[in-house]
Design a protein around this ligand. Structure first.
Ligand SMILES: O=P(O)(O)OC[C@H]1O[C@H](OP(=O)(O)OP(=O)(O)O)[C@H](O)[C@@H]1O
Ligand code: HPA
Ligand SMILES: [Mg+2]
Length: 164
């Protein structure tokens, strides 16, 4: 796959606001969560913000990797599963957190491990939306989200010179 047409760059400040907005939305649910399972690595950052806002101190990881070379998704590798005490009862009372859902494949794989957990992410693309219970901002499928932890400062061509 080539790089999607549109770019959606996210600053640290914007990510913090959006992750906090996700925490507000989760706080409004008629449900309390006993633990967060964050999908590494992208889920680590929103999990830190949400755990602070919702005072959830039990944090577990599920370690999967699928985008091995920037934009191309390959086979999903499970590097580390979920502690059995959190996976029991289908993960009832567990909040699963990721930075985004794109094709939804990652969420589908983790939902197979925790079918009764609540899935939340900050950003969603249309194909991934049905795999997630709560998210904040939807972007089109042909948009690439640039997260602040992947970015550095670079020179930008003026728009009039043909830069997008
Ligand atoms: O909905 P999908 O198409 O499955 O894509 C979404 C997943 O892709 C990214 O993770 P990635 O596998 O790149 O690993 P990372 O979190 O370590 O960057 C992102 O953090 C999501 O977990
Ligand atoms: O749009 C994206 N941005 C960053 N990482 C991703 N992994 C899947 N889709 C994306
Ligand atoms: Mg990820």
């Amino acid at each position: 796959m080539s790089l999607p047409d549109k770019a959606f760059p996210v600053s640290w400040d914007q990510f913090h606001r959006d992750a906090r907005a996700l925490a507000w939305r989760l706080a409004g649910l008629d449900q309390t969560f006993k633990a967060i399972v964050c999908i590494t690595r992208g889920g680590l950052v929103p999990a830190a913000i949400i755990s602070r806002e919702l005072n959830i101190r039990l944090i577990e990881t599920v370690c999967v990797a699928s985008y091995h070379d920037y934009v191309n998704q390959g086979d999903m590798t499970l590097l580390k599963g979920i502690a059995p005490e959190l996976a029991e009862n289908g993960g009832e009372g567990v909040l699963v957190v990721d930075d985004l859902t794109d094709t939804g494949k990652t969420a589908v794989q983790v939902r197979a491990m925790l079918p009764r957990a609540h899935f939340a992410c900050v950003y969603a693309k249309p194909k991934g939306v049905p795999t997630i219970d709560t998210f904040i901002t939807e972007v089109s499928q042909d948009t690439w989200i640039y997260f602040p932890w992947d970015m550095g400062f670079t020179y930008q061509e003026p728009i009039a010179k043909g830069a997008r």
